[in-house]
Design a protein around this ligand. Structure first.
Ligand code: PMP
Length: 362
């Protein structure tokens, strides 16, 4: 059978070992006689799964003790509303949020925030077609803004921050890391809030992580639903209401897999190598094109275009025949996109590179 490599942007490939372990434990978790899906979230079995997942994630990202890790629902887009509702309660209304618009996902965050606040676009890459991040000295930040929101990896446009913005110490940075969390080392203490939907580098859809500095667990706006009030969620150790238990379990298996494989630092080295291989093939001549400025090219999501777009369907059909799946670009930008998350082995990237070379007739 042809080996399959899945380049989906999310939900996305998971480590095979994790899926095998989940399959082996599906009917009977550790002699409990129950599937994890069937367990009470308040029972000792699930509490042990949850506590281990939390501890492993804390260790992997070196999350300082003054940050809470919240296991929530609602996805990245849910957080676009949950964040303003949680962070604007303490300022005079309406508060102001600064944004850097670097692509589709920060764009959606801006749109949603306008329902709750003044959304100031401090800088935008729209004019250059989201191909580079505006230099920080051109950003027009608002003194006294409630926070600065950035999307550190734009999944559709393929742009990734390679720096942490320098801001006034009183302005928390809120970072949407949905599509590159755990793919590179980060200094959590530089951020006020980090959030991520799980379905790319963490586990199944349905789980959303929010890592929130303690002093930001403020009184939220009155309209904030209790189940999305960070302070309430934190006080109940993510069990104010039923959390997405099975997604947390799989995320925990992924965290353990990461730890067995050298943690985030080792992943980062692998990801650098995978991205280098793929961009080198795309850059070899003008048959393919990635339009992002090299210093901001994403290591996780690699959009590209064929010079002759009439060959798109043929390219995708040939890829599928070789077991290279889900390479079609996002409908809003067209072209192709290869997502090469942590669980994509280097062999998968090599197989794609071989196909790129063959298709281009090199
Ligand atoms: N932010 C980023 C960077 C994303 O890639 C996505 C999903 N692709 C979202 C937010 C939205 O996530 P969700 O669909 O889980 O709401």
């Amino acid at each position: 059978m042809t080996q399959i490599f899945n380049f989906s942007a999310g939900p996305a490939v998971l480590p095979k070992e994790v899926l095998q372990q989940a399959a082996a434990e599906m009917l009977d978790w550790h002699g409990s006689g129950m599937s994890v899906m069937e367990m009470s979230h308040r029972g000792p079995e699930f509490i042990s799964i949850y506590k281990q997942a939390e501890a492993d994630l804390r260790e992997l990202l070196a999350v300082p003790a003054n940050y809470k890790i919240l296991f929530m629902q609602g996805g990245g887009l849910g957080q676009n509303a949950i964040i303003p509702m949680n962070m604007l309660g303490c300022c005079p209304q309406p508060g102001t949020i600064d944004f850097v618009h670097t692509g589709s996902w920060s764009g959606k965050s801006i749109k949603e925030a306008k329902r709750y606040a003044n959304a100031n676009v401090a800088a935008s890459a729209e004019a250059n077609g989201f191909t580079s991040i505006p230099p920080q000295d051109t950003w027009r930040l608002t003194p006294g803004a409630a926070y600065l929101h950035i999307c550190t990896n734009e999944t559709i446009d393929g742009l990734e921050f390679n720096f942490v913005p320098q801001v006034d110490a009183r302005t928390p940075i809120v970072a949407d890391m949905s599509s590159h969390i755990l793919s590179r080392s980060i200094d959590v203490s530089k951020y006020g809030v980090i959030f991520a939907g799980a379905q790319k580098n963490i586990g199944p859809a349905g789980l959303t992580l929010a890592i929130v500095r303690d002093d930001l667990l403020n009184e939220a706006l009155n309209i904030c639903p209790s189940a999305f009030h960070w302070k309430t969620v934190a006080e109940h150790e993510s069990m104010f209401n039923t959390p997405p238990t099975y997604s947390i379990y799989i995320a925990g298996l992924v965290f353990a897999w990461l730890k067995r494989n050298g943690g985030v630092a080792a992943m980062e080295q692998r990801n650098i190598e995978k991205a280098r291989l793929l961009y080198a093939a795309l850059d070899a001549d003008d048959f393919y094109q990635n339009r992002v400025a090299p210093e901001y090219r994403s290591r996780m999501n690699v959009p590209f275009y064929l010079r002759d777009e009439s060959l798109n369907e043929q390219f995708l059909a040939g890829a599928k025949a070789r077991g290279l799946l889900q390479l079609k670009g996002h409908k809003s930008v067209g072209g192709m996109r290869a997502s090469i998350y942590n669980a994509m082995p280097i062999e998968g990237v090599q197989a794609l590179v071989d196909y790129l070379n063959e298709f281009a007739g090199r």
